[in-house]
Design a protein around this ligand. Structure first.
Ligand code: NIG
Length: 399
């Protein structure tokens, strides 16, 4: 990491195309500006100027495109073990089953804190190289009190958006006693995990938790002061999206199966529909029709859902490319969904754009425009990553 001296200003200069993410600041829905300079002070964007602006330190973008860092609002970053055989079986015609979560739970329980943190840090570094400057991280591969508490605590070393997901699946030792497990999640487990967490989440799906169990989990989390999130409508139509909207959850994630009624309810709510296209890729589910949701007025986000079972990728550009190619999103909509959309799904207004005052999280792309993220699928285009005003990957600033 290259750290700037406190009180100094840094300019990212000679930006061919600056995507501010704020339509008020430039052209089109992404507020783009040509031949721009981004001035940073104290870890925040202090001004946007014409190219050629001066500051104490200078990063030369060389006419390239600069975008806000991606905000990944859905990851399961902390886990041990490998499920590539399960993936290979799916590619040979098998189907995805949520029960695979238990395989990862066994491996995760057996790992030490140091091993889990090292794995999480390596995945976070991989995500940074893909341009992700902020990640939400869920627990959910512990499924007992000490293991869930440990995952929330360790996640807190990597992010300030930690989600307690004790209600990910009923663990083997509670088979046939799902309601007893929900009691544990809402009681002792929540008490242990809440101090480390900002959010509570529940997997509301056939094979995981039903709507009443899910409501209990959300209510308990809310009463403990946590914000609410829901995994829903992943493997079939179900009540997750409507429950999320009714409860005032910040986001319902997956949304692979949304009917007209779900879309109407979401459009009238403050709940973001977060699409996870790499999951639909990896589980061979159909891609959702994001166009229909957007046209109806639903606020949307795109996230990676990094996890070993249904989406083992940290590549937001891959997710964006799928959303444009197969979900009916425009290039601008997909980029917004992966930046300001992700921030909105985390109810944050300090990240996801490059407006003056925002945290200076920016990516210099090795490309003249953000369209290249989709136009050149699979090609690493991240040249420089700046987080809180510091260069954390790539070019060193000139003084
Ligand atoms: O978001 N849906 C539930 N949880 C993860 C899958 C986890 C796994 O299969 O290990 C998801 O897709």
């Amino acid at each position: 990491m290259t750290s700037t001296t406190p009180g100094t200003t840094t300019v990212v200069d000679s930006i061919g195309l600056l995507v501010t993410g704020d339509p008020e600041l430039g052209e089109g829905p992404l507020g783009t500006i040509r031949d721009a300079a981004l001035v940073i002070e104290g870890g925040r964007v202090s001004a946007i100027e014409r190219a050629g602006a001066s500051a104490d330190e200078r990063i030369d973008a060389g006419g390239r495109c600069v975008i806000p860092g991606f905000v990944d609002s859905h990851t399961h970053l902390l886990f041990a073990g490998d499920r590539s055989e399960e993936f290979a079986a799916r590619m040979a015609g098998g189907s995805y089953e949520a029960g695979g979560i238990r395989v990862t739970t066994d491996a995760t329980r057996a790992a030490t804190d140091e091993e889990l943190l090292a794995l999480g840090r390596a995945r976070a570094a991989e995500a940074l190289a893909a341009g992700i400057t902020h990640q939400e991280i869920k627990s959910g591969y512990g499924l007992d009190v000490p293991s869930e508490e440990r995952l929330c605590r360790l996640a807190g070393e990597l992010t300030d958006d930690v989600t307690f997901l004790g209600a990910h699946l009923v663990p083997a030792e509670y088979q046939g006693r799902a309601d007893d497990y929900v009691d544990l999640v809402c009681g002792e487990m929540l008490t242990a995990c809440a101090p480390y967490s900002k959010w509570i989440d529940v997997f509301c799906e056939i094979g995981a938790f039903d709507v009443e169990q899910s409501r209990r989990v959300l209510e308990a989390g809310r009463d403990a002061g946590l914000g609410m999130r829901v995994h829903g409508n992943q493997l079939g139509h179900g009540p997750g999206a409507r429950l999320a909207a009714e409860m005032g959850a910040a986001s319902v994630d997956h949304c692979t199966y949304l009917d007209d009624g779900d879309i109407e309810v979401l459009a009238a709510s403050d709940t973001v529909a977060t699409f996870l296209p790499a999951t639909d890729f990896s589980t061979r589910e159909p891609y959702p029709d994001a166009r229909r949701a957007i046209d109806a007025g639903v606020a949307v986000a795109i996230a990676t859902n990094t996890n070993p079972g249904s989406s083992y990728t940290t590549s937001m550009p891959f997710c964006i490319a799928l959303a444009v190619r197969d979900m009916g999103m425009t290039i601008d909509e997909a980029l917004a969904a992966a930046t300001s959309g992700g921030a909105c799904a985390l109810r944050r207004d300090d990240i996801g754009t490059l407006a003056p005052g925002a945290q200076a999280d920016a990516v210099v792309l090795d490309a003249p425009s953000h369209a290249h993220l989709i136009y050149r699928p699979g090609v690493p285009l991240t040249r420089t990553v700046i987080r809180r005003g510091e260069v954390v990957l790539g070019s060193v600033p000139e003084r």
